[in-house]
Design a protein around this ligand. Structure first.
Ligand SMILES: Cc1ncc(COP(=O)(O)O)c(C=O)c1O
Length: 378
């Protein structure tokens, strides 16, 4: 049986990892500034994480949501505290797409409406409604196409106001990443997020803050939308939540009421997933990883802005986009081939840094030196 060939892959087999270092099958060492796509939040194989998961697995790994799982409430308590939203409600699922799917579905159950406002450049996942709200026709199958999603230009207050003045009573939800990841590290402006909050409140629509990539402390605040001083109605999250263990969730404002059967999942909230998510939050809290993300992120951004061949440096904290001119498109590949540094990419020529929140100044300096070398090459 062959694998279904959907991923363009690097011919590298990673066999072990620690913190922000990974090793391949030949024993070569790499600096990981990609975190397996923003997933590794507290660092690979963190000892507390490994122990908590191992201990949990030795007791019980899984049981379904038909019984009490006290770890879920422990997770809700800790997440509420660390994120500063302890009056929200937690629904656990398994991935980012599933989190957004549930968020939009819940919004529609809540206000009975159908129209979703999303933005140019957005990526929300590959399930039916999440992909319909994603600005990439290539990944929207004919069966997922719908007139219910309205795409507006990103950060365009006038376009947002116009759509609300024309169709406000039909708008179910506005979904927006605090920082677009796949879209190339495009930061939603504070003014834009505030206007979304005002208009959704005024018209009874639900504000969904997709925090799957930009959330979970990556920008130095728990949700990147926090920088604008707004409270969304629903936050979706996944990636960094389990440091590699598949888990997703939505945090739901107290104004939205649950009923039995409204949402559900077989795997979501299982013992092992909760143990992973608890370990992540415990480490984030104990090691002040949000503070570290803010500090190292600011250092990296300041230093990167000194390179005159870079077109633009965008982002916040440890979600950084290095926008390169066409002639430097080869730099990202060379960083991997010649300096053994993993980074992410966004089209057309953006290097995406999505490292663990625990990276050190030494890691940052190693990257800056390597980048300087590579820029000189071209
Ligand atoms: C902002 C955003 N939302 C949703 C998703 C989908 O998450 P998943 O791949 O876990 O379904 C992603 C994944 O890259 C993402 O970046």
């Amino acid at each position: 049986m062959n694998l279904f060939d959907v991923y363009p892959i690097n011919p590298i087999t990673i066999t072990s990892a620690q913190g922000s270092t990974v090793w391949d099958a030949q024993g070569n060492e790499y600096l990981d500034l990609y975190g397996g796509h923003a997933v590794i939040s507290i660092g690979h194989t963190h000892p507390h994480y490994v122990k908590r998961l191992t201990d949990q697995l030795n007791r019980i790994g899984f049981y379904s949501n038909s019984v009490e799982i006290p770890l879920q409430q422990q997770l809700a308590d800790l997440l509420g505290r660390v994120s500063g939203k302890d009056n929200y409600q937690l629904f656990l699922c398994n991935s980012g797409a599933e989190a957004n799917e549930n968020a939009l579905k819940l919004a529609s159950f809540h206000n009975g409406r159908k129209k979703i406002v999303a933005f140019k450049g957005a990526f929300h996942g590959r399930t039916s409604l999440a992909v319909a709200a994603t600005d990439n026709p290539k990944i929207i199958a004919p069966v997922n196409r719908t007139d219910n999603v309205i795409f507006l230009p990103h950060n365009d207050v006038a376009a947002l106001e116009q759509v609300f003045s024309e169709q406000g009573g039909d708008i179910c939800a506005v979904i927006i990443e605090g920082i677009q990841g796949v879209g190339g590290i495009q930061v939603a402006s504070d003014a834009f997020l505030r206007r979304i909050r005002e208009l959704t409140t005024q018209y009874g629509a639900v504000f969904v803050a997709d925090s799957v990539q930009c959330g979970y402390g990556r920008t130095g605040r728990f949700y990147s939308h926090d920088h604008a001083g707004v409270h969304a109605d629903i936050y979706s999250m996944a990636k960094g939540m389990g440091n590699g263990f598949p888990i997703g969730a939505i945090a739901i404002s107290p104004a939205i009421k649950p009923s039995y059967g409204m949402l559900g999942t077989t795997f979501g909230g299982n013992h092992l997933a909760c143990a992973a998510a608890l370990a992540v939050l415990e480490v984030m809290d104990k090691e002040d990883l949000m503070g570290n993300a803010a500090a190292i992120g600011a250092y990296l951004t300041d230093e990167l802005r000194k390179f005159d061949r870079i077109r633009e440096v965008r982002g916040r904290g440890l979600m950084i986009g290095i926008d390169l001119p066409e002639e430097l498109a080869v730099v990202r590949k060379d960083l991997l081939a010649k300096n053994r540094i993993f980074t992410g990419e966004a089209k057309p020529n953006v290097i995406r840094l999505l490292p663990a929140l625990s990276i050190t100044k030494n890691h940052a300096d190693r990257f800056l030196e390597a980048l300087e070398e590579r820029l000189k090459d071209v």
